[in-house]
Design a protein around this ligand. Structure first.
Ligand code: PLP
Length: 415
């Protein structure tokens, strides 16, 4: 059992740091490309620039950008760059701590807008079953009702089914570009038009796709209209700490205009501490992830992201081909970007047992359901290990074929 007594005396830094390194020994081996998701590794030079930026900004606070104008500038430059990338000339936004915070704030902004513009007091969110769980969290926290509809046979959001749920109380209609469970881009223009038809907001969750789709389009890859070019899109979230290759703790939430952005900010001055205004869920927020993200994006630039996206999507294509070639596995849907999910199409093959066998070989793969399936978000760090992974996947399927059913399917522990 863990010793629960507070450290009585301090210890030398070297001891403490050695202990920390020991603690890491059992963690997922992301630097060797063994995680498909969780950590996104842009390579040695990108890690180095992030490390240096993080060192410079380790102690800075973004709570008050008047005291730290550099962080204000970092935020507005990053938001401006991403707005340009997403074809939103008037778009304005803020940095947040991650995809979930961006989504929560989009839900909050949509609720405030629906109340202010249409007097909606019982606000609703219309979304597909493939939309990220963070929307449900937002609905729970901010008191909205979720109207969720099944996906189509192609596993994208079903516009007709969503249309049947949209009405006068709709505050927000959601589209994913790219969705987490399957890796597809929803029909954003149709979904945004649906939202606009009742004066509701439309959020495009590009947490996964925001730093892939624009560069994939430049590379001539399939990219249906998904950003501010689609009329009616009011907010877009994009995570720089995913395929943007910045260290954890940073996402962008953009609104189509400054006017719409004001619904995000919380302003209060009826207490003893004076005016308190913050666009985030957090109060004090770290400057480190903002500065590291600014450094990574500046270091990579369009050409750097195109190179990383090219390598990543080629690797994902090779893994998809490899999965198709293995008897007993079948890909879910027809994703063409960095995400792929596969399930078992044989009754005696438990795909979670395949996951267990891969875990025993040092691979970290997410499990999801329904149906029981394994999920891979491919990124640059996985590029060098594609062949090794496919070899281990084939061996793991052989092993699982002879194992009893009952692999572990938990998504995450709640401890
Ligand atoms: C599509 C999508 N949206 C939102 C999120 C939530 O992001 P975060 O885990 O950074 O809060 C994720 C996370 O994987 C995601 O894939």
């Amino acid at each position: 059992m863990t010793d629960r007594s507070f450290p009585a005396t301090g210890r030398p830094a070297a001891d403490v740091l050695a202990d920390l390194a020991d603690k890491q020994a059992g963690d997922a081996r992301w630097a060797e490309g063994r995680t498909f998701g969780l950590v996104f590794d842009g390579g040695d030079d990108i890690r180095a620039v992030a490390d240096e930026a993080a060192r410079l900004y380790l102690h800075e606070s973004a709570l008050n950008t008047a005291a730290f104008p550099s962080l204000g500038a970092i935020q507005s430059e990053l938001c401006g760059w991403v707005a340009g990338l997403f074809h939103g000339p008037g778009a304005a936004g803020f940095l947040t701590s991650g995809g979930t915070e961006s989504i929560l704030l989009a839900v909050k902004a949509a609720r405030e807008r629906a109340l202010a513009e249409r007097g909606v007091t019982g606000p609703e969110i219309v979304l597909a079953d493939s939309a990220h769980a963070a929307f449900h969290k937002g609905a729970h926290l901010f008191g909205l009702t979720v109207r969720s509809v099944p996906v189509t046979d192609h596993l994208t959001a079903d516009v007709d089914a969503m249309a049947a749920e949209v009405g006068p109380d709709t505050a927000l209609v959601v589209a994913s570009a790219i969705d987490y469970p399957i890796g597809l881009v929803d029909p954003v223009p149709e979904i945004a038009a649906l939202a606009a038809s009742v004066g509701a907001s439309c959020h495009v969750d590009a947490c996964m796709g925001g730093f892939v789709l624009p560069f994939a389009e430049m590379e001539g890859r399939n990219a249906p209209a998904w950003d501010f070019r689609a009329e009616g899109v009011t907010t877009i979230s994009a995570d720089i700490h995913k395929l943007g290759y910045a260290p954890k703790g940073v996402s962008v939430l953009l609104h189509a205009s400054r006017e719409l952005r004001r619904h995000q900010t919380f302003v209060f001055d009826d207490w003893l501490g004076g005016l308190y205004a913050t666009p985030n869920l957090q109060g004090t927020r770290a400057g480190l992830p903002m500065a590291a993200a600014w450094a990574v994006v500046s270091h990579l630039g369009t050409d750097g992201y195109r190179r990383l996206v090219r390598g990543t999507l080629d690797a994902a294509d090779r893994i998809r081909d490899g999965v198709r070639a293995i008897d007993g596995l079948s890909l879910r849907g027809d994703p063409v970007h960095q995400i792929l999910t596969f399930t078992s199409d044989e009754p005696d093959l438990d795909v979670f047992a395949v996951g267990d066998a891969l875990a025993a070989r040092g691979w970290h793969i997410d499990r999801q359901y329904p149906p029981d399936s394994l999920h891979l978000t491919v990124s640059n760090g996985n590029v060098p290990v594609v062949d090794e992974f496919l070899g281990d996947l084939a061996a793991s399927v052989d092993e699982a074929h002879s194992a009893a059913p009952g692999g572990s399917g938990q998504y995450a522990t709640i401890d």
